[in-house]
Design a protein around this ligand. Structure first.
Ligand code: MIC
Ligand code: SF4
Length: 646
């Protein structure tokens, strides 16, 4: 029987289990990378595991999120990361070098490898034919400590691409927005999306990377393209042609599901507030007045994207009612825009050029005004994420964004009446790795500023939990809802006691206080709806609730990375056996679960008694063998320590 691309890569890395959907498998990992906002915890966790050097072929520590430096905290974190990388054997990508996913694609990613990153948009590497998966920090630390990456084998869904995009008016961003409209933010849960078909040839590596980047918004484990001659062209133009291997699915490869997508039929699309799947064609919202436009991020930052924007802005002026902010994804792109004069065109048109960092995408500056409309070539528009609670954030291609910036309103690129240049991918990129610091051979001392605190560890599972429902939530709760980001909160990513006070802050100001009170009397429970914990990989959305005494989360379903993070910190994720039972619980109810140790090991079915309402309902936990062990021991940290040091 033939094999698909995913099976070929997994098979060559398999150390345990069988490549069968639903089975627990373990794979060897080639590369692990961290970014600063999740990385400080990851490297503290690595330190807490207690070994000297990373045990993976390549580890890279990036700094891209926390770069506002409004006080000492961010800069202290950067120094901690740099000294930790030097000591533990990782490359350090200095602030200014760019956004992890963009830089990694340019300088390290290679076809056929497996990479983990402590950020949900790690699948950007799928554009080059690498199996790149976003994970929580502790998971990454355990793999860097030499353990295999273990996960439940997802379904492989093939997206069969036909036809050709109407370039340059219709872009890769429009492809992924079309898929988000079709499949929704839950459509990829439990799946790996493998792109194939004749349409693949019409997309360059950086365009493919835009599509795999936003596979995260579909909830997919990861997304991947085959490695072909365009992959070779990209690698050669980065001076890394020697890293190319061809990886194509066999003719008779099998897939759990196949979806056809005709690129020729795609038109410019836009996601309306407040979800990346709230997608409509741009023509339906044309004419909407726009106050802010942001272009860049890890989604649409390639040199080709940026140069296209410069070509649209050339000789024009940003509309008087619009603020245009541009954050090129990497120093490489930035330097090339300077060398070819594009930066001059952008500045001359009135763009505000930011440094190469996440910036406005994660609310680190560039927040829109009250109730303002912001159109962004980014990947997430969750309510409040921009830093302004009542802002209306739309997601669209860099072309739609550039046109909105000069017109002051949304314009459908196909109706714009202007001719847009189709910029080719460069034959060679400007390679200058002077901001990538290799690990040090001699001993380095790790330097920790006063805001950097220990990683808290949970006690082992108790046999009975009697705890209060601290909050009851609806469907699609994001990790931004659980633990917001932005300039006020991000500086505390290395300080759990402090950051925990922001838990659910945008939904319920009193959550942290009430949870801490309940912690004195048996702890707390969170109740959610479908797809609980979608979005980012931040494990803080699990550590902070754990620190506040949350022991269990009951939901109708969970997003993959957040579920793993809960388990890694010893919080039991339970699923309603009958989703109507969601109605049997209210905020403030006292719930009791007995015989946990037996249930978790044997049946994984639990009866919950609502002591306030005097009703019972059934839930299950669906834990694999390893996850069961983690829940019993109180999380991954005690487990890894035992494994690695024994
Ligand atoms: C995001 O886009 O939400 C982030 C910020 O990059 C997160 C990581 C984090 O919260 O630090 C992600 O995507 O995982
Ligand atoms: Fe940074 Fe935004 Fe990309 Fe997250 S999605 S890594 S915040 S640019």
């Amino acid at each position: 029987m033939g094999k698909n691309v995913v099976e070929k890569i997994l098979e060559s890395h398999l150390v345990s289990g069988k490549l069968k959907e639903g089975e627990l498998i373990g794979v060897r990992v080639d590369q692990v990378y961290t970014q600063d906002a999740t990385g400080t915890m990851t490297w503290l966790e690595f330190e807490a595991i207690g070994i000297d050097k990373v045990r993976v072929p390549l580890a890279v520590s990036y700094v891209d999120h926390n770069m506002l430096q409004s006080n000492f905290m961010n800069a202290d974190d950067h120094l901690f990361l740099q000294t930790a990388a030097a000591k533990f054997g990782a490359y350090f990508s200095k602030p200014g070098n760019g956004i992890s996913h963009q830089v990694h694609l340019e300088r390290f990613a290679a076809p056929g490898l497996i990479a983990l990153g402590t950020d949900s948009h790690t699948p950007t590497g799928g554009g080059i034919g690498m199996l790149a998966i976003g994970v929580g920090g502790l998971e990454a630390a355990s793999v860097m400590a030499g353990l295999p990456f273990e996960f439940t084998m997802p379904k492989v869904l093939k997206i069969n691409l036909l036809g050709k995009l109407k370039k340059p008016y219709v872009t890769a961003m429009d492809v992924i927005l079309t898929l988000l409209k079709m499949l929704t933010v839950k459509g990829g849960v439990g799946k790996i999306l493998e792109y194939g078909g004749p349409g693949v040839k019409a997309l360059s590596v950086t365009e493919r990377a835009t599509i795999t980047n936003m596979g995260a918004e579909l909830g997919a484990t990861t997304s991947i393209f085959p490695s072909d001659e365009l992959t070779l062209k990209f690698l050669k133009s980065q001076g890394r042609g020697y890293q190319w291997v061809e990886i194509q699915a066999d003719e008779d490869a099998e897939y759990a599901e196949i979806i056809e997508l005709n690129l020729s039929e795609i038109e410019p699309m836009i996601a309306k507030p407040h979800s990346p799947d709230n997608v409509v064609p741009v023509r339906e919202v044309a004419g909407l007045k726009v106050n802010q436009v942001c272009i860049g991020s890890c989604t649409n930052s390639s040199y080709k994207s940026m140069k296209t924007v410069a070509s649209i802005l050339r000789g024009n002026t940003v509309h008087e009612d619009v603020n245009l902010l541009i954050n090129p994804g990497s120093k490489q792109v930035y330097e090339m825009l300077v060398s070819d004069g594009s930066l001059k065109e952008l500045i001359s048109a009135g763009a505000r050029i930011l440094e190469s960092s996440c910036g406005p995408c994660i609310g680190m500056g560039g927040a829109p005004g009250s109730g303002q409309v912001s159109v962004r070539s980014y990947n997430r528009n969750f309510k409040g994420r921009s830093g302004t609670k009542d802002a209306e954030v739309y997601l669209a291609s860099q072309i739609t964004c550039a046109l909105a910036a000069i017109n002051g309103e949304l314009v459908n690129p196909l109706d714009a009446g202007i001719s847009i240049e189709d910029i080719p991918e460069p034959d060679s990129f400007l390679v200058n790795d002077n901001l990538i610091i290799p690990p040090k051979k001699d001993k380095t001392k790790i330097i920790k500023g006063p805001n950097i605190k220990e990683v808290p560890v949970k006690e082992p599972l108790e046999d009975t939990i009697k705890a209060e429902v601290i909050i009851k939530l609806g469907d699609n709760i994001t990790t931004d809802d659980i633990l917001p980001a932005g300039s006020q909160v991000l500086p505390f990513r290395s300080n759990i006691p402090m950051i925990s006070t922001f838990t659910f802050k945008n939904i319920d100001e009193t959550f942290a206080e009430r949870a801490l009170k309940a912690k004195q009397h048996g702890g707390g429970i969170i109740v959610g709806g479908e797809n609980y914990g979608q979005g980012s990989s931040r494990e803080h959305a699990a550590i902070a609730p754990m620190y506040l005494g949350i022991k269990v989360v009951i939901a109708k379903s969970f997003a993959r990375i957040h579920r793993a993070n809960l388990i890694n910190f010893g919080i039991l994720p339970l699923i309603f056996a009958n989703s109507d039972d969601y109605e049997k619980v209210e905020q403030g109810d006292l719930l009791e679960i007995k015989n946990l140790l037996d249930r978790v090991t044997n049946s994984q079915k639990y009866i919950i008694v609502n002591l306030n309402k005097n009703v019972e309902f059934e839930v299950f936990s669906n834990l694999n063998a390893k996850e069961t062990e983690l829940i019993i021991q109180g999380g991954l940290l005690p487990y890894v320590r035992n494994k690695v040091l024994s």
